[in-house]
Design a protein around this ligand. Structure first.
Ligand code: GLU
Length: 373
């Protein structure tokens, strides 16, 4: 506990040194109070939460308060974000750690692995009760699904972002971060896999997806959120049905490289050359983000069959945004030795296929994995 309190204070002081005098007082007050809280009996019940900063709009800043969509993301350090929400120190002992400062569209396999490994290291520390990751909203759903499948811990891990920078009118980041810390601190969140918290809602990393380019209510799960966060309380109503964290076959500590999996997006007049390019580039699987229930245009069947003949796994997914793709319905998958997603969106199927290919290249086994997670 003490270590957390001291680190929070140090980071607040460092941050204060970089602030104009007036601002420093406002920001420093809550964190500076941390050491005296150690004698408060309620301190014993406070969780130790590490907040990992990776960038995104929650770390963004605009030129004017009216800039809700035009601003620079990934510029505010995580310690400064934490210091701007003094209410957090009343619910948890927090410590910030900057792992990246990027827009989440810049995540790739290497960064995903680096983040996951650091989260895993922290989760092993007995004095860490939970993790919050501040993250851009664009790919929050991919990172959360990846962590949901690969972390080996029951401790809560919550990924959080915001749709408006902290400088904007109606900024949502402060409340989202406060809520994320509450969820990460709650014993109720244990064993529920990686969670995503935004806009008063708690989602499972498996299901959640960004559905709108600018609205604060952009995140949705096709079957609804797991619960709400309101007035400092976490309210869970549902449980994730699919295996996650402790129940999966992947361990982030043992993953050092992910196989290349390409997503080819279908549209009227889709160019078969995009399949050939993925194959030439060494893709081990192609997730075909098909129309409707995984339909494949007549002129795309041969290029996909040719890719399969070269050993590349073909996964039919749907670009519709929800619903399961049915095996052997729109296409004879058994005959072509193709695979189908369950209800995973193409970008999530890409994560699952990359992980699945670290275990097997047998198409029957791969299909079982796609249906399981
Ligand atoms: N494109 C940026 C990102 O994903 C900003 C979007 C956001 O965080 O809301 O990091």
């Amino acid at each position: 506990m003490k270590r957390f309190a001291r680190l929070t204070t140090i980071s607040a002081l460092l941050f204060a040194a970089s602030l104009p005098t007036g601002a420093a007082h406002a920001q420093l007050a809550p964190s500076a109070a941390a050491p005296t809280q150690a004698s408060d009996p309620s301190e014993a019940r406070k969780a130790n939460i590490v907040i990992i900063g990776t960038g995104g709009t929650i770390a963004g800043a605009g030129a004017a308060a009216t800039n809700t969509a035009a601003y620079q993301s990934a510029v505010v350090p995580v310690d400064k974000i934490i210091a701007s929400v003094p209410e957090i120190s009343k619910v948890a002992n927090v410590k910030g750690e900057q792992v990246f400062q990027i827009g989440s569209e810049s995540f790739n396999n290497e960064r995903l692995l680096k983040l996951g490994k650091r989260v895993s290291e922290l989760l092993k520390q007995p004095d860490v009760d939970g993790i919050v990751i501040t993250h851009g909203t664009d790919t929050i759903e991919e990172t959360a699904y990846f962590l949901n499948l690969t972390l080996k811990s029951d401790k809560p891990v919550v990924v959080v972002g915001s749709m408006r920078p902290g400088t904007a009118l109606g900024a949502d980041g402060a409340l989202n971060l406060y809520d994320a810390v509450l969820v990460a601190s709650s014993p109720e969140s244990k064993g529920k896999g990686t969670l995503v918290v935004l806009n008063d809602e708690i989602h499972t990393g498996r299901d959640v997806t960004k559905s709108n380019t600018f609205k604060v209510e952009t995140f949705r799960s096709p079957f609804g959120p797991l619960g709400y966060v309101v007035e400092g309380r976490t309210l869970f109503f549902r449980l994730p049905a699919r295996p996650h964290t402790m129940q999966t076959e992947w361990d982030i500590d043992k993953l050092n490289k992910l196989p290349e999996v390409a997503v080819v997006y279908a549209y009227g007049n889709v160019n078969p050359a995009s399949v050939d390019a993925a194959v030439k580039d060494g893709a081990k699987a192609i997730v075909y983000a098909a129309t409707g229930n995984g339909s494949v245009g007549d002129y795309m069947v041969e290029p996909l069959k040719a890719a399969r003949a070269k050993g590349v796994q073909i996964v039919r997914a749907s670009r519709t945004g929800s619903g399961a793709v049915i095996r052997n319905a729109e296409q004879p998958d058994d005959k072509y030795d193709w695979l189908v997603t369950d209800d995973q969106l193409p970008q999530k199927a890409r994560i699952l296929m990359a992980l699945a290919l670290t275990k097997t290249n047998d198409s029957k086994e791969l299909q079982k994995i796609l249906w399981k997670y």
